[in-house]
Design a protein around this ligand. Structure first.
Ligand code: CP
Length: 320
């Protein structure tokens, strides 16, 4: 694996391998000295052309915990504001010999585009438009693996409801692909304008997709509820009558979970708009894995950076 551009490119085995490797990195962040020498001498560039708190911070922390050198470039503080193209900027950075370029960009396909033209540098997609956010899906799966292990279950045979603005969500696409590869059933739940019917017909996705435009029906009996933010920054029109109207129909609350899927756990990729797509009470409740997701983000990004840097070397030997 030279790049990580999307869950779509991963086999089921590669997906499970990354989740398992990430699980083994969790304990590094629990040590008193949170550092291993694995990537000493490697350079990671975080090239973030869109705002981010969780993804950017956790890629930087992950790189530092692996002893790599890191720099962060953001859109407003880069020569992109002077008119430099994305490719010229990336080629300029490549001329300084980084090992990995972590890219977030508003345009779908931007990470793949850079991977095609950069000659030596590995590219990691940290979110491209409404296309994919592969490390988010990996950390979501790791959080579910840990939770269901504590219940004596595995990551398989799950019913997963993805609720909200599916159309504009790269998190939804990456999670959908991950769960279909794992053989889980995915329900896409939301207003018809925000849940493309084509998803159910898409032959690449297979038959394990169900679509609901009623929250109660969509939540009934599921094991996992993944709530999505209304991505207003990507909506170039009116997809719902109003945010208040949307929330009345689709805001996921403790009451709804207790009524329709009392044993479910709840995920949210963040940032959360409390009271819009999910109630504040549910975010803070014991069935919410939101904080665990953030914690696991570091381990997942350590596994990805390590995997791309070492290309198959024995991680266990190098880690300590
Ligand atoms: N989940 C996620 O991508 O969050 P950020 O936009 O804060 O990185």
């Amino acid at each position: 694996m030279k790049h990580l551009l999307g869950i779509e490119d991963l086999s089921k085995e590669a997906l499970l391998g990354l989740i398992e490797n990430a699980e083994s990195f969790v304990e590094v962040s629990e040590r008193e000295i949170k550092k291993v020498p694995s990537l000493r001498g490697k350079t990671i560039v975080n090239f973030f052309m869109e705002p981010s708190t969780r993804t950017r911070a956790s890629f930087e922390i992950a790189a530092k915990r692996l002893s790599a050198d890191t720099i962060n470039i953001s859109a407003g503080a880069s020569s992109v504001v002077k008119g430099e193209t994305l490719l010229d900027s990336a080629r300029t950075l490549e001329a300084m010999a980084p090992d990995i370029l972590v890219v977030r960009h508003k345009d779908s396909g931007s990470a793949k585009f850079l991977a095609k033209y950069l000659r030596k540098t590995s590219v990691v997609n940290a979110g491209d438009g409404l296309h994919e956010h592969p490390t988010q899906a990996l950390l979501d799966c790791l959080s579910l693996k840990q939770y269901f292990a504590s219940q004596g279950r595995g990551l398989f045979g799950l019913k997963v409801a993805i609720v909200g603005d599916v159309f504009h969500s790269r998190v939804a696409r990456s999670n959908l692909l991950a769960h279909l590869k794992l053989g889980n059933t995915v329900r896409l739940v939301g207003p018809r304008t925000l849940v493309p019917r084509e998803f159910a017909m898409e032959s690449a996705f297979g038959p394990n997709i169900e679509i609901f435009d009623n929250l109660a029906e969509g939540l009934l009996g599921v094991d996992v509820v993944l709530c999505l933010r209304m991505q207003l920054e990507r909506q170039n029109g009116f997809f719902v009558p109003s945010i208040q109207e949307y929330s009345r129909e689709f805001c996921v609350s403790v009451k709804a979970i207790e009524k329709y899927c009392p044993s479910a756990v709840v995920l949210h990729p963040g940032p959360v708009n409390r009271g819009v797509e999910i109630s504040g009470e549910l975010v803070d409740s014991p069935r919410s894995l939101v904080n665990r997701q953030v914690t696991n983000g570091v381990a997942v990004r350590m596994a990805v950076l390590f995997g791309l840097s070492t290309q198959g070397a024995d991680r266990k030997e190098e880690k300590s």
